[in-house]
Design a binder for this molecule. Structure first.
Ligand code: NAD
Ligand code: ZN
Length: 346
């Protein structure tokens, strides 16, 4: 089968030929229908060797959908031919976090060397993939795989972040979304579906800001050193009750802290390496700063419910497996609108 792999530190993604995998005990084999490209893949491919905790080569793709092709010994309750999406942040399934559905915060994953597909385990950017346990599958129930694969991360991660700030996003409040790419353009739609907050989007090009408005942002502001001041102007000086930073770089976390309201939330989702100082006088009174990772299994089901109700529509650019390396190049250069998705030809 064809697969897209990151093969050695400092290399570029490559299309390679691999044997079709066989499901072992408890595992499920999927024929992949779609795999999203995430900026985290680019982050991983820029890590030095000592920051990579899993072996290479790695088959990429942590946002995946597929059709159940076969199941391994002992697997019940999954029908071949079923259309499913993959919950990516795999955990041990037995610790207190996993028991609460929060496998993204599994207490044992690191020590048991359990990795998400595409971020340690072989991922979805291939013709077939192995899923370690049927509990990591969510039925699509008629949702389009290409538009739904991104919801497993570009939907789930902003959903988890927004859900934590819901008590603050009351009528009359303001939410800021910094970076309106894959995660951000879904985040805007989720904010509109889940809250009555006014949504202010920030990005670095007019084209991205136009997409932000198209998907529901009330206001769109260029992300520069004046951006926080613009948010204060738009809110009578009050600032934003919640700021979601989907870039996380030094200038954007500074903007995030500068435009937060008293008692506001700043959520740093992007892996851009920025730091925000917390301490008396550093931020408006009682601002909370968090940096969450992905989301829980029950939250993914909730995201799919929103997709079924038509509240989220991922803007996708579709590529073949052979075109994946160029698609990563475009993502790296900021040239993708919404999410790039690889869909293997059937
Ligand atoms: P993306 O490339 O699709 O989108 C990033 C957007 O940010 C682009 O539209 C880009 O133009 C914009 N941008 C770049 N610099 C900016 C700036 N200075 N100000 C405002 N906008 C700017 O990326 P993505 O796949 O949506 O991922 C976003 C970030 O979230 C990445 O850092 C990724 O690694 C991270 N991420 C984190 C988690 C998590 O669990 N914490 C999960 C998935 C992705
Ligand atoms: Zn991701």
């Amino acid at each position: 089968m064809k697969a897209v792999q990151y093969r050695e530190v400092g290399g570029s993604p490559e299309v390679v030929e691999l044997p079709k995998p066989e499901p072992g005990p408890g595992e499920v084999l999927l024929k992949v229908t779609a795999a999203g490209l995430c900026h985290s893949d680019i982050a991983v491919m820029s890590f030095p060797a000592d920051q990579i905790s899993f072996p290479l080569p790695l088959t990429l793709g942590h946002e995946g959908t597929g059709v159940v092709e076969a199941v391994g010994p002992g697997v019940t309750g999954v029908a071949t031919g079923e259309d499913v999406a993959v919950y990516g942040p795999w955990g041990c399934g037995r610790c207190s976090k996993c028991a609460a559905g929060k496998e993204n915060y599994c207490l044992n994953a690191a020590k048991q060397h359990i990795f998400p597909p595409g971020l340690g385990a072989p991922g979805a950017m291939a013709e077939y993939m192995i899923v370690d346990d049927p509990r990591h599958l969510v039925p699509l129930k008629g949702l389009d795989p290409v538009k739904t694969a991104p919801l497993t991360d570009a939907g789930l991660t902003p959903y988890h972040a927004i859900k934590a700030s819901l008590p603050k996003l009351v009528p009359g409040s303001t939410a800021v979304v910094i970076g309106t790419g894959g995660l951000g353009h879904v985040g805007i739609q989720l904010l509109r579906a889940m809250t009555s907050a006014r949504v202010v989007a920030m990005d670095v090009t007019e084209e991205k800001l136009a997409l932000a408005k198209e998907v529901g942002a009330h206001e769109a502001v260029l992300s520069d050193k004046n951006a926080a001041g613009k948010v204060r102007e738009l809110t009578d000086g009050r600032g934003a009750e919640a700021v979601f930073d989907f870039v996380g770089a030094p200038p954007t976390v500074t903007t995030a802290g500068s435009c937060a309201a008293i008692e506001g939330d700043v959520t740093i989702v992007g892996l851009g390496g920025g730091e925000l100082g917390v301490g008396f006088g550093k931020l408006p009174y009682e601002v909370s700063v968090t940096s969450p990772y992905w989301g829980s299994r029950d939250e993914l089901i909730e995201v799919f419910e929103l997709a079924h109700s038509g509240s989220v529509n991922v803007h996708v650019e579709t590529y073949s497996i052979d075109e994946a390396p160029q698609a990563y190049e475009k993502l790296h250069n900021g040239e993708i609108m919404g999410r790039a998705v690889v869909a293997p030809k059937s």
